[in-house]
Design a protein around this ligand. Structure first.
Ligand SMILES: [Zn+2]
Length: 257
């Protein structure tokens, strides 16, 4: 299995073999560079591909044995368009999870309360969503994730247990932080790219091409295009015989500690 531990073992053995060989005959400098490059590439893949389970296990879809699919919204609560998205979900009677950024809660406590009251889940998407979050060491990462849980508990009285890594990037310190805090990393199997794709039909088409039993759709409640396509997306999923359920049901995991 391709994971961090096995990769380190394989590359360490390769390195030792090359060192032993270099006593017999000189090894060209570019061979060492090539080895370093290959190692970096594997680590890069493990960090940036959320479904790789390279550094840690990340739940990216349901089992698929039921016709269940789930919506997830990152980066809120946002002035635009969290409330409007809640309106659509209410009209369509769909429960979703909002992976909120802790610092965005201040001043929008009423939006968070509304999510909770209307049967949606609140997940942890870090306190800061800092650009350098993925370079944080364990201690800073734990403090950041804890601050988000505190802010949520203060507002709705529950501590989020499901965690979506900012940018979908995972690292060894994150694995330690997640283990120590007892939280559960959750990814997605459909990256909508809704912060990039502005064309509504293109966005909807991209999601529907990959939608199947067990799917978790990554969306953002900061995207106008997402708000625009949401009713059509919900209807299209149902027209295929799929049922929108909350992610705690899809993954059979408790959303709160
Ligand atoms: Zn995010």
């Amino acid at each position: 299995m391709l994971n961090y531990r096995n990769t380190n073992i394989v590359f360490l053995l390769l390195l030792l073999a090359m060192l032993a060989w270099s006593y017999q005959a000189p090894v060209a400098w570019w061979v060492w560079v090539l080895l370093l490059l290959a190692y970096s590439l594997v680590l890069f893949y493990g960090s940036y591909y959320v479904g790789s389970n390279f550094f840690m296990k990340v739940l990216c879809r349901g089992k698929g044995d039921q016709p269940w699919i789930a919506l997830s919204f990152d980066d809120g609560p946002a002035e635009q368009y969290t409330s409007e998205i809640l309106d659509v979900l209410g009209q369509k009677k769909v429960g979703a999870i909002f992976f909120c950024i802790g610092k965005n809660i201040a001043g929008k406590e009423n939006v968070l309360e509304r999510m909770h009251r209307e049967g949606h889940l609140i997940g942890n998407h870090s306190q800061s969503h800092a650009f350098w979050f993925d370079l944080y060491q364990t201690k800073d990462m734990k403090a950041d994730l804890t601050a988000m849980m505190d802010a949520t508990e203060k507002t709705i009285g529950r501590r989020p247990r499901l965690f979506r890594p900012p940018y979908g990037v995972t690292t060894p310190p994150m694995r330690r932080a997640v283990d120590q805090l007892g939280i559960v990393p959750v990814g997605w199997d459909i990256r909508s790219l809704d912060t990039v794709i502005k064309n509504e039909d293109e966005l909807l088409g991209r999601i529907l091409r990959s939608l199947k039993s067990g799917s978790i759709v990554l969306l953002h409640d900061t995207s106008a295009a997402t708000l625009a396509i949401l009713p059509r997306l919900i209807d299209a999923g149902r027209a295929r015989g799929l049922e929108w359920v909350r992610i705690d049901q899809l993954l059979n995991e408790n959303a709160y500690a």
